[in-house]
Design a protein. Structure first.
Length: 307
C-alpha cells in the first residue's frame, strides 16, 4: 500500500525483508541507491533506522520524506524531445525511448520534467511537486510516444480530470510474441504490484485495481503480431502486464517477457501513437498521432524478414 502526500511516501511492509532490499524492490532501484536514500530520508515506524540492513517485520510502516533530500525546484537540463503540438495552454510531446518522465532515485535531473524546465519558463506553481511541470500522465522509460503537458494550473486540472474520468483516449502499437486467433479481443484483469517481485506488476483479482485493455490485430507475422492497443484504464505497465498474462509478451520486454529476439535490445517494442482529448480551455476535440521511432521500425523490419 502506498500513500503519497506531496513528497512523502508511506509503505506498509507485507513481506519480511531487509530494509534496503525492500526499498530496492518497491522503488525499482539498486540496493546502493536504496542505502543512500535510507541515510537521509527513510524512517521505520517513525524512527530513523540504525542501519540500511535492519530487518523489517510484517506491518512495519516505512516513510520516505523526500523533502529532506530534495531541491526547491526541478533542475533545468537541455534534453531533446519532440513537440507534436503547442499553444498557450498545452504541449503534446513525443517522448523518446529511454527518457524517464519524472525525477526519481537514480534519475534526479535527466528526465522529461527537467527538459521542460529548460525549454519553458513555467512559473513556480507549475514547477511544484503537486503540478509536476504540468505532466498529467506518464509512460514507461523504454516506451516511446505521446504525452500531454499542461502549461498552467487551470489546464492541468481539466486534463487531469479528463484522465481520471476516462475521457482521454490513448492508443499504442506494439509487437507481441505468438499467433493471435482473434482480430479483436480484450483483456480484463485487475493489476497490483507483484507480491514476489516488487519491481513488477501482476494481474491480481483480489488486491488489484480494475484494468481493461482492448486489442486489435493489425498484422500477423510468423511468430509475432503487430497490435493496436487501446487503454480503457491506465494502470502501471498495463499493456505489458496484460499481454504477458495471456502468454503474448511484448517483444524486447525483459521484465515481463521470457523469449528474446537478439535485435530487440532497447526495451519493449511499444509506442503511444495516438491520443485524443478535449482541449482544456477551448473545448475543441483534439487528436494527435506520432510515428513509430527508429527502434520500432528496425524491429518491425526484422520481423517482416523472418516471416
Amino acid at each position: 500500500m502506498i500513500e503519497k502526500i506531496k513528497m512523502i511516501e508511506k509503505y506498509v511492509v507485507d513481506v519480511v525483508s531487509r530494509l534496503d532490499v525492500f526499498l530496492a524492490k518497491v522503488l525499482e532501484i539498486s540496493r546502493n541507491q536504496a542505502q543512500l536514500l535510507i541515510e537521509t530520508s527513510v524512517f521505520v515506524n517513525g524512527q530513523k533506522p540504525s542501519k540500511a540492513g535492519v530487518k523489517l517485520q510484517l506491518g512495519d510502516v516505512i516513510t520516505i520524506d523526500r523533502n529532506l533530500n530534495s531541491h526547491e525546484s526541478i533542475v533545468p537540463k537541455n534534453i531533446h524531445f519532440d513537440i507534436i503540438y503547442e499553444d498557450e495552454d498545452i504541449i503534446v510531446v513525443n517522448k523518446p525511448r529511454g527518457l524517464v518522465v519524472h525525477p526519481a532515485v537514480g534519475h534526479p535531473d535527466d528526465t522529461l520534467a527537467n527538459a521542460l524546465a529548460y525549454h519553458y519558463q513555467m512559473d513556480q506553481e507549475m514547477a511544484s511537486d503537486e503540478n509536476r511541470m504540468g505532466i498529467v500522465h506518464r509512460i514507461d522509460k523504454d516506451t516511446s510516444g505521446l504525452l500531454l503537458v499542461a502549461k498552467n494550473p487551470k489546464a492541468k486540472k481539466n486534463l487531469s480530470d479528463q484522465i481520471k474520468n476516462h475521457q482521454v483516449d490513448r492508443e499504442y502499437l506494439c509487437l507481441a510474441y505468438g499467433y493471435f486467433r482473434d482480430a479483436k479481443f480484450k483483456v480484463v484483469g485487475a493489476i497490483a504490484r507483484n507480491e514476489y517481485d516488487r519491481k513488477k506488476m501482476a494481474v491480481d483479482v483480489e488486491k488489484g485495481k480494475e484494468a481493461t485493455t482492448h486489442f486489435t490485430l493489425v498484422r500477423q507475422f510468423k511468430n509475432v503480431g503487430l497490435l493496436s492497443c487501446k487503454l480503457e484504464t491506465g494502470r502501471t505497465h498495463q499493456i505489458r502486464v496484460h499481454l504477458s498474462f495471456i502468454n503474448h509478451p511484448i517483444v524486447g520486454d525483459s521484465v515481463y517477457g521470457t523469449k528474446k529476439i537478439p535485435f530487440a535490445d532497447q526495451g519493449q517494442v511499444l509506442h503511444a501513437y495516438k491520443i485524443s482529448f478535449t482541449h482544456p480551455i477551448s473545448g475543441k476535440k483534439m487528436v494527435f498521432y506520432a510515428p513509430i521511432d527508429d527502434y520500432f521500425k528496425m524491429c518491425l523490419s526484422r520481423v517482416i524478414e523472418m516471416d
